[in-house]
Design a protein around this ligand. Structure first.
Ligand code: PAF
Length: 273
């Protein structure tokens, strides 16, 4: 596995390849969820690039960028063992200059849900993903469905900016207790982890109601909020796949999304119906 930190070097390197390229952008602290993205990229492409870059522009001033978990050596091992061809490992100065052109998230979809409480977050995500896609020039790029709003906005960006890459969504991986895998789970104490299990629990509750033909989104939302109490809930939303509010669940076109704060940790999860 080759490790490259200079964007121009990587850009020149991939230009010489006459191969399909699968790309997995990450912020490191890799877990089984990331590994499943890498496996999928490995299966369907001749060449695989993973990036590890804790992107400062997607953190707001009151969020602790410096505390974001970093496991560089373990991550390199995981990439090597997963058959990654190139690991892109830039510094912030390799990616950002002094006076930056940046992308703005769309006015509606970028400022609801996670964007409501983190208004600059998706500007940073779209800016960095745009840069990374321009550097790596992949055939396909892989993103987890757990970050459903991120996935939706990146898909929209690729369409609206006429970018030549296929965005591939990958199912959420869960621990044996049902909690969705996230690099942020390491922040949870034993007690907080127990509380966090209310998140998948609330999504199971919704699935069970829907299986019993309860399709009214208000009713489902209220029952989920009751179940999640007394956790601090940022949102429970039931939307169609285009992120519009809906009155009734439509199987094949609905996402139920939850974001909750446990201790100081924001945790999100969702199910696609
Ligand atoms: O999902 C993430 O890890 C990040 O938001 C991403 C897509 C790598 C951009 O920094």
């Amino acid at each position: 596995m080759k490790i490259i930190s200079n964007p121009h070097e990587l850009n020149n390197y991939v230009k010489t390849l006459d191969k399909t390229i699968g790309f997995v952008p990450t912020m490191g602290a890799l877990h089984e969820g990331h590994i499943s993205l890498i496996k999928e990229a490995r299966k369907n492409n001749e060449f695989v690039v993973v990036s590890i870059f804790v992107n400062p522009t997607q953190f707001s001033k009151d969020e602790d960028l410096d505390k974001y978990p970093r496991k560089d050596e373990a991550d390199k091992k995981i990439c090597e063992l997963s058959g990654v061809d190139v690991l892109f490992f830039p510094n912030a100065e390799d990616i950002y200059g002094d006076d930056e052109v940046s992308l703005l998230a769309p006015n509606v979809r970028g400022y609801v849900l996670e964007g409501h409480t983190r208004p600059t977050h998706f500007n940073g995500v779209l800016t960095v993903v745009n840069k990374l896609l321009n550097i790596v020039k992949p055939t396909r790029a892989y993103f987890g469905k757990k970050d459903a709003q991120q996935l939706n906005l990146i898909t929209l960006m690729v369409k609206q900016l006429f970018m030549n890459v296929e965005i591939v969504p990958i199912d959420t991986k869960r621990d044996s207790d049902g909690l969705a895998l996230s690099s942020r789970n390491v922040y949870l104490s034993k007690e907080q982890r127990k509380e966090a299990l209310k998140i998948p629990g609330s999504l199971n509750l919704a699935s069970n109601l829907i299986a019993k033909k309860v399709l009214d989104t208000k009713e489902i939302q209220e029952k989920m909020l009751d179940y999640l109490s007394p956790l601090e809930v940022f949102y429970v939303e039931i939307l169609d796949r285009e992120f519009n509010k809906v009155e009734n669940v439509e199987i094949g076109n609905t996402i139920i999304l939850v974001e909750v704060k446990v201790g100081e940790t924001r945790l999100l999860d969702n199910i696609w119906l």
